[in-house]
Design a protein around this ligand. Sequence first.
Ligand SMILES: [Zn+2]
Length: 139
Amino acid sequence: MSATNFVVEVNGVLLADATVTLADQLEVNLVSVAGQEEAVLVVTAFLPGAPKPEKYIHSKKGTVAAGDTVTIRLAALADEKSTMIREPQGVGDENRANDGMTCSFCGKAQIEVRKMVAGPAVFICDKCAELCHEIMHET
Ligand SMILES: [Zn+2]
């Protein structure tokens, strides 16, 4: 069974780094804070084989505000490893330049754009996001 490396970054800074197999479930939860332009971002992994108390593991809580960029990167791994969430170890790995992520609107790869925002199974680059913003504000 192959595993997937799952990386969640906020403004380019690592929030969580997990290795997931097909048997595992990984959730990224974004919970808004009432009355504030902030949200709490947590990565939770469910391990089917683990004993009950450790069935769920959680990442450190990240706080995101309006305008922040949350990036989710996926990278297939050849060998199987168990699910784990690593605590942030500082700034994201600079060597992960190309991971196959492309903008769903213009098709540009991540290395061709300044920033990429991830949604459920879609991505949008900074240029397309800017264009959308302009269209939304046209009168
Ligand atoms: Zn684009």
